[in-house]
Design a protein around this ligand. Structure first.
Ligand SMILES: NC(=O)c1ccc[n+]([C@@H]2O[C@H](COP(=O)([O-])OP(=O)(O)OC[C@H]3O[C@@H](n4cnc5c(N)ncnc54)[C@H](O)[C@@H]3O)[C@@H](O)[C@H]2O)c1
Length: 156
């Protein structure tokens, strides 16, 4: 089955891409477009998976691009995110656009596709005043079965 992995150029997404290819899945790796022709962590992926997945250079902030990336995919594993906490202090809009609106774009694209499976990885961190490091780190794996409100013959 064809699977879209967003954030495939990142730490988790690149290893997930490798694992999916090894498991026999057809993978489309969505990497953040840049003018350096770099696919991030995927540039150094293991030899046995090199060239065995599609790369789609795009941006989850763009709904049309996400819809295009989703075409032909039966599921999406959403790992694209901005994760650096210090940068979020002075540029919060970028985080809203990427982490919130980007996730909405992914879910809406999945909702429009025939199978509509989306899996999002999120990280919840809580800081306590006076603490030198994060006291509690909780990750959540959210599995969503996207539902369509629009009736359609080919949708379950
Ligand atoms: N690394 C961990 O230990 C860990 C633990 C729990 C949860 N998570 C969560 O898993 C997810 C991925 O984490 P990671 O460690 O792989 O981070 P990462 O920074 O290595 O990867 C995120 C990727 O998203 C891409 N990206 C950023 N903005 C984008 C955009 N607008 N469009 C498309 N791609 C974009 C980046 O290019 C980057 O490669 C995050 O949501 C993170 O919070 C990570």
């Amino acid at each position: 089955m064809k699977i879209l992995v967003t954030g495939a150029d990142g730490f988790i997404g690149s290893h997930l891409t490798e694992a999916l290819v090894r498991a026999g899945h057809d993978v489309r790796a969505l990497v953040l477009y840049n003018s350096f022709n770099s696919y991030g962590w995927l540039d150094s992926c293991d030899e046995d998976v090199k060239g065995k997945f599609d790369v789609f250079a795009g941006d989850v902030r763009d709904p049309n691009g996400v819809r295009t990336a989703m075409q032909g995919c039966k599921a999406v594993l959403h790992l694209a995110a901005l994760i650096a906490i210090p940068y979020s202090y002075h540029s919060p809009d970028t985080y809203v656009d990427t982490n919130i609106k980007g996730t909405l774009n992914v879910l809406q694209a999945a909702r429009r596709s025939t199978e509509r499976h989306a899996l999002c990885r999120s990280l919840r961190t809580t800081h306590f005043r006076g603490s030198r490091r994060i006291q509690r780190l909780r990750s959540r794996l959210i599995s969503l079965r996207c539902r369509s409100t629009a009736p359609s013959a080919h949708r379950s």
